[in-house]
Design a protein around this ligand. Structure first.
Ligand code: SAH
Ligand code: SF4
Length: 349
């Protein structure tokens, strides 16, 4: 019995219970261990007095708490955003962002080291794909942010998560859904129904699976173009899953889940911010349970476009209103520390 220890953060509570039973202990101890870790932020075995010593010894030999060390922390000048460069066990790195705006605190988690989707205006896409993250590596990012918040001068718990950091979550479906299960467990961090928003570039089979499986997440779909040709020029995977298939999958999701979808639209000056384009978006989404999130382009090293100006964004919104579509313009936060949408990247270690 020399198998290497499992990462605690990879295990849903049910798996931990099964382990306890396999070790010939009551599953009650698994639940107590879970609460120590996720509710009390305790990971030192010596500080878990309510667990029997023999159970602790067994667990200590079989499990590790693979927290992710902070390589660098950067804070935006306005104080609203912090970005953490976190080190993975294989020395790759990922970024996690803590954002404070619109009266709430949100952690933006990465789902992959890099990204294989190659969207032209995205720094993560520009760096290419290194590997999928494990469920435990995603949970550890949330645990890190939760610990930061608990340790702050006005302690609070993490309540909102967006899976909008590095990577394409539906390209790493199983690990992402295990992480969601762990994060939502009411006995732990309890990020219950609707506190997690997952953004996808438009992986059609993933959207259909999500519709069928009823996972406790909000869905955001990155659109950026209202015709197949315009979209494919910005989002190369549109060639694999064309716009009409994507919209059919979105309609299926909304009908099956009875949920609105957020459609994200990165506003690029002179490219997709015109009144005609806004009308095309209106025609495309009219009648659907939808909200459009407009994101003025953030700068990245590999793409020369400019963000739409405020006037163009406002006009775009006004046109969407004519089609009965609510929209928001994403506040630009963290851009001075390259922590805005699409700006996350890490140079190879
Ligand atoms: N991979 C997922 C989630 C991460 S990106 C996805 O693509 O949806 C989160 C959002 O930021 C997406 O809508 C993405 O298109 C957008 N984005 C990427 N690069 C950007 C940039 N430079 N400026 C503004 N938004 C960007
Ligand atoms: Fe990947 Fe999303 Fe960036 Fe596209 S926008 S390259 S899918 S992280």
């Amino acid at each position: 019995m020399s198998s290497s220890p499992a990462n605690f953060y990879d295990l849903p509570l049910e798996e931990l219970r099964k382990l306890a039973v396999r070790w010939a202990f009551s599953p009650v101890h698994a639940a107590r261990l879970w609460r120590y870790v996720y509710l009390d932020s305790v990971t030192a075995w010596s500080r878990m007095p309510e667990l029997p010593a023999r159970f602790r010894a067994k667990a200590e030999a079989a499990l590790v708490f693979a927290l992710l060390p902070v390589a660098t922390e950067t804070r935006s000048t306005d104080g609203f955003t912090r970005k953490y460069l976190l080190a993975l066990a294989d020395h790759r790195r990922i970024e996690t962002v803590l954002m404070r705006y619109t009266g709430r605190v949100t952690a933006c988690l990465s789902s992959q080291a890099g990204c294989a989707m190659g969207c032209v205006f995205c720094a993560t896409g520009q760096m290419g794909f290194a590997r999928h993250l494990t469920a435990g590596e995603m949970v550890a990012q949330a645990v890190h942010v939760d610990r930061v918040l608990r340790g702050s001068s006005e302690p609070e718990r993490l309540r909102n998560i967006v899976l909008m950091g590095m990577g394409e979550p539906l390209h790493n479906y199983d690990a992402v859904m295990t992480a969601v299960e762990i994060l939502c467990d009411p006995a732990g961090l309890a990020l219950g129904q609707k506190k997690i928003t997952l953004s996808t570039v438009g992986i059609v089979p993933g959207i259909i699976r999500l519709a069928d499986e009823a996972r406790p997440v909000h869905l955001a779909v990155s659109l950026h173009g209202a015709t197949q040709a315009e979209r494919a020029a910005l989002v190369p995977v549109a060639k694999m899953w064309p716009l009409d298939e994507l919209m059919a999958a979105c309609r299926y999701y909304s009908t099956k889940q009875r949920r609105r979808i957020f459609y994200e639209w990165t506003l690029i000056e002179g490219r997709n911010d015109s009144a005609e384009t806004a009308h095309a978006v209106g025609r495309l989404l009219r009648g659907l349970p939808a909200q459009v999130n407009l994101i003025p382009l953030n700068p990245t090293a590999g793409y020369g476009g400019a963000p739409a100006n405020r006037e163009a964004a406002r006009h775009f919104q006004q046109i969407l209103v004519e089609y009965g579509l609510p929209s928001t313009v994403r506040q630009r936060r963290g851009v001075d520390i390259a922590a805005g949408c699409g700006q996350l990247t890490t140079s190879a270690p």
